[in-house]
Ligand binder design. Structure first.
Ligand SMILES: Cc1cc2nc3c(=O)[nH]c(=O)nc-3n(C[C@H](O)[C@H](O)[C@H](O)COP(=O)(O)OP(=O)(O)OC[C@H]3O[C@@H](n4cnc5c(N)ncnc54)[C@H](O)[C@@H]3O)c2cc1C
Length: 285
């Protein structure tokens, strides 16, 4: 199918973009970033925006840098920017490993980190990373800017607290302490498909015991979230198969998984049990 008719704006600055959004946002205007979610939705007529505000020519949105211990990711930074390590130490290669799970190579060349957060797909790898690592975003409008924690931004499947006239200008991802171990595991039926479930695990080892554990699950519920019961099963215990299995069991029990024609609640619970152990083992390796 072809999309329904729309108007098109290509602002050259953030100020110009928020001016346009103030006019068209309340009338079904939408930001166009990588277009890898929005354009297919328009082609299927699941979305019929009156106006597209294309942000791809706004140079101010292309930045990717480390500031005060956080990775700051501008709204036009593509998934492919993470194909190479963007920061020193453990987080750089870790983000590269995660990025390779996002769709296919051409999708990663256009799709953006911030577009994924704005889209809030339950199976978005970047949404999981943002929630697990305590990211925040900056939203700009003619009314000014505000900072939103990832957990307050993503409030359901494809649902965020961004207002219709707001432009998400950047995401700020706190970098874990250098001694933090990070592991990621996901399962999808075919390479490039959205995941049925995924787990990000991180922890430190202090005097032979786990400290500061984080276990976050994506793709299984309507939004990614940290699972406190799994983290409690880890903290204070020695890293190893037994502890990791206990955390996997706790994560599986704590979930309220989504169900669809191909994937039952029990199957997703089982996936999360296995993926939690796997992510923890990868962090230990
Ligand atoms: C076949 C296929 C497989 C895919 N597989 C995966 C996968 O495995 N994992 C995954 O995470 N993603 C996957 N994707 C989605 C892809 O990662 C998208 O790039 C991403 O979801 C959205 O980013 P985008 O820059 O393309 O946003 P767009 O498609 O341009 O926009 C998406 C939505 O976010 C809004 N938006 C975008 N940027 C902003 C902004 N800066 N401020 C305010 N609103 C904004 C738009 O208005 C729109 O509503 C897949 C896509 C396809 C087509």
């Amino acid at each position: 199918m072809k999309p329904s008719a729309f108007r098109y704006h290509r602002p050259g600055s953030i100020a110009e973009a928020v001016d346009v959004l103030a006019d068209v946002g309340p009338d079904q205007g939408r930001v166009l970033a990588g277009g890898q979610s929005l354009v297919p939705s328009m082609a299927f007529r699941l979305a019929a925006p009156s106006t597209l505000v294309d942000i791809n020519r706004i140079e101010e949105l292309g930045h990717l840098s480390v500031q005060d211990g956080s990775l700051v990711i501008g709204a036009c930074v593509r998934h492919a920017a993470f194909h190479r390590s963007v920061v020193d130490g453990v987080p750089g290669p870790f983000l590269t490993r995660v990025a390779r799970h996002i769709g296919h190579y051409p999708i990663r060349q256009r799709g953006t980190f911030c577009g994924s957060l704005a889209q809030a797909d339950p199976a978005s790898e970047w949404c999981l990373v943002a929630v697990a690592l305590g990211a925040s975003v900056t939203a700009a409008s003619k009314r000014g800017t505000r900072r939103i924690e990832a957990t307050d931004l993503i409030v359901g499947a494809m649902t965020t607290t961004l207002a219709e006239d707001e432009l998400l200008t950047e995401a700020c991802l706190p970098l874990p302490a250098p001694e933090t171990r990070l592991g990621f595991a996901e399962f999808s039926r075919r390479a490039g498909d959205f995941a049925l479930a995924m787990v990000l695990a991180s922890y430190r080892v202090v005097d032979g015991r786990i400290a500061g554990a984080c276990v976050a699950v994506g793709g299984a519920e309507d939004r990614p979230r940290r699972i406190a019961a799994a983290e409690m099963a880890l903290d204070g215990n020695p890293p190893g198969a037994e502890t990791f299995a206990a955390a996997g069991g706790a994560a599986a029990e704590a979930l309220d998984p989504m169900e669809d024609a191909q994937t039952s609640v029990a199957y997703r619970r089982d996936l999360v049990r296995t993926l939690t152990s796997r992510a923890l083992e990868r962090a230990a390796a």
